[in-house]
Design a protein around this ligand. Structure first.
Ligand code: FE2
Length: 234
């Protein structure tokens, strides 16, 4: 199956001087979606950090709606996972309500693949960022989500693809990585069912194969003068 991936748009209409590309998020997203349509992708996935904090919540919501409106123009489904910045903007079930996603974690079976969507926006206390404040260097999967992952890796008859905003790749700086990611990587390896794990968060992007699993970090769409998105056959 073909997946179109994009992440870390950090959309803000009036960004600071050194982050001016973030204002181009809608234009770049349209460009990506057109490429996805041309390449006949099966699903699109947004790996989080859709909008940045703005002066008012109205402004944040209008940025958010602008992005969602673009996504809805296209015939293929688009799945979202929240990034750390999304929980600075959206609280409680606002993220799920506006994107139309079920509560995390969840899975979908499509084209003989099981897509697993997890949310690692949790403080080490076990509380989600919107409850206790966002500290980007603290990221973990609560035990329920690890159980969900284990259960799906056992039960799925299909190969699995994993999506998290934060990173599992051991070659990335520690601050970006999900707590106890070595254990999580072992879990994926042991299952033998996961070939791809996609993340965003680390804006430069990266790509490493570790223990038979390819950990792909999709680069931010708006960090540089070039647009960034990805189409992957998984
Ligand atoms: Fe992030």
């Amino acid at each position: 199956m073909k997946i179109g991936l994009f992440t870390d748009l950090h959309y803000k209409k009036d960004p600071e001087e050194n982050r001016r590309f973030t204002a181009l998020a809608p234009v770049r997203l349209k460009e990506a979606m057109e490429a996805f349509r041309k390449e006949k992708i099966d699903v699109a996935v947004c790996l989080g950090d859709i909008v940045d904090k703005a002066e008012t919540h109205e402004e944040e919501l209008s940025c958010w709606q602008e992005i969602l409106a673009i996504v809805k123009e296209y015939p293929f489904p688009c799945y979202f996972i929240p990034g750390n910045h999304d929980y600075e903007v959206m609280i409680g079930d606002e993220f799920c309500k506006t994107t139309g996603m079920p509560a995390y974690p969840f899975f979908v079976d499509v084209c003989d693949r099981r897509l697993l969507f997890l949310d690692a926006c949790y403080r080490y206390s076990g509380k989600r960022y919107d409850e206790e404040g966002m500290v980007w260097t603290e990221t973990m999967l609560p035990p329920e989500q690890i159980d969900f992952l284990k259960k799906n890796l056992v039960e799925s008859d299909n190969p699995c693809v994993l999506f998290t905003h934060q990173n599992l790749d051991k070659f990335l700086p520690k601050d970006y990585r999900i707590k106890k990611c070595a254990q999580l990587r072992r879990l994926l390896k042991k299952s033998g069912k996961v070939k791809y794990a996609f993340s965003g968060h680390f804006h430069d992007g990266d790509d490493h194969e570790i223990g038979g699993v390819r950990y792909v970090t999709v680069p931010s769409m708006t960090d540089t003068s070039a647009n960034n998105y990805m189409i992957m056959e998984v």
